[in-house]
Design a protein around this ligand. Structure first.
Ligand SMILES: Cc1ncc(COP(=O)(O)O)c(C=O)c1O
Length: 379
């Protein structure tokens, strides 16, 4: 028999996984002697975690695990549709984390010779999903101060482009794109038969997010798909629950293309409980807002940092003038039990950018203390 690697599809032989934050397991092993817990600032999720209502709902429904879940997550889709008012379950698709839907979308809608546009820097899984589908990516660099330049996106919408991946607010920059700019892109894409995949996973952390969301425009724009997740604000990170909102036509194709039973029974139950606990969401948002102000004040005091005022629940910092590369600073901070995201793996960034999540006051103070100690000594 030939070696298995020679039998593998060509595109997977040199396929490299996307780099992410939250590599606490590796970080713990690297830090070796550190006995205290590592505070993970590399992944930007609700510092309060999931609500008590979610935990109770999971406990009450543990008995479900010996049955198949509803393959199409019907009740959860109905619940989400009701949450947005004007939608029906046919506008909603559920994913095993929103990541599954990025891959599903690329696979379902890119055909031979097609290209997808991806912002640089932006979330790395868009590129991976396109490559996994065996198609090509064209990067569009962000404009001045890392803001999306809608005219540049539009001018890059050549004949072969069939999908544009956009992220609002963007990861890793934590910056919003103006609604008028997004709509300009969506309208232009509509004229050119291009689909717009708009990732709003972090939008719930922004004030008045429902006004900024394009979810309620999906029936008006049949080329628009909006991505959401229960990972970030709802804190169901390990359960893997995401969803997409789009026209019935788009959703119907994705439902046909997805694998069966893609979301387990406890994930479905937990997501419904999470949506119903408005008090927990209010508390979480208030905490993030207060801690964001605290961190902004503290982080700006570091001379070598250029801090971009964040729209989402994480900070994007240019550290060119601090005397360390992002990798060096990450390693240094790890010795104090603090894990940050070195952003050098993002397309379009050099090795001098970091991303830091907003956490609870005691953890944020630990971060500031660790930064003070780390920056006293040059690399
Ligand atoms: C912008 C963005 N979109 C999507 C995801 C995927 O999230 P999940 O699969 O946990 O829903 C992430 C995860 O970091 C992200 O940063």
């Amino acid at each position: 028999m030939k070696s298995a690697s020679k039998m593998a599809s060509l595109r997977f032989r040199n396929f490299k996984p996307c780099v992410h934050g939250a590599d606490v397991f590796e970080a713990k092993a690297k830090a070796g002697l550190i006995s205290n817990e590592i505070s993970d600032f590399s992944s930007s999720v609700n510092p309060l975690g999931a609500s008590v209502k979610v935990l109770e709902a999971i406990k009450e429904n543990l008995g479900l695990i010996s049955r198949y879940p509803d393959s199409n997550s019907t009740i959860l889709r109905e619940t989400i549709a009701r949450h947005y008012g004007s939608l029906s379950k046919e506008n909603i698709i559920i994913g095993n984390g929103s990541t599954e839907l990025i891959y599903l979308f690329a696979e379902a809608f890119l055909q031979r010779g097609n290209i997808a546009l991806v912002g640089a820097p932006s979330f790395g899984e868009y590129e991976k999903a396109v490559l996994r589908a065996g198609k090509k990516v064209k990067y569009v660099r962000l404009g001045k101060d890392f803001l999306l330049d809608s005219d540049l996106v539009i001018s890059n919408m050549g004949e072969k482009v069939k999908i544009i991946f956009l992220c609002n607010p963007n990861n890793p920059t934590s910056l919003l794109t103006k609604t008028e700019d997004l709509l300009k892109i969506v309208e232009n894409a509509f004229e050119k038969d291009v689909l717009v995949f708009l990732d709003e996973d972090f939008l719930e952390f922004v004030d008045e997010s429902s006004k900024l969301s394009l979810i309620n425009r999906v029936e008006e724009f049949p080329n628009l798909f909006v991505l959401r997740s229960f990972t970030k604000l709802h804190g169901l990170t390990g359960l893997r629950v995401g969803y997409g909102v789009a026209s019935k036509e788009i959703v119907e194709i994705l439902v046909k293309a997805k694998i069966p039973w893609n979301l387990n029974c406890l994930g479905q139950i937990a997501a419904m409980a999470a949506l119903s606990d408005e008090e927990h969401l209010r508390k979480s948002l208030a905490l993030v807002k207060e801690e964001k102000s605290f961190l902004m004040r503290e982080l700006e005091k570091f001379e070598g940092f250029k801090v971009y005022p964040p729209d989402a629940n994480f900070f994007f910092i240019d550290i060119h003038n601090c005397g360390f590369s992002a990798a060096q600073l990450k390693e240094k901070l790890l010795t104090y039990g603090v894990l940050i995201r070195d952003c050098s793996s993002f397309a379009g960034l050099d090795k001098y950018y970091i991303r830091i999540a907003v956490k609870t006051r005691s953890e944020n103070e630990k971060l500031i203390g660790a930064l003070k100690k780390s920056l006293q000594t040059k690399a």
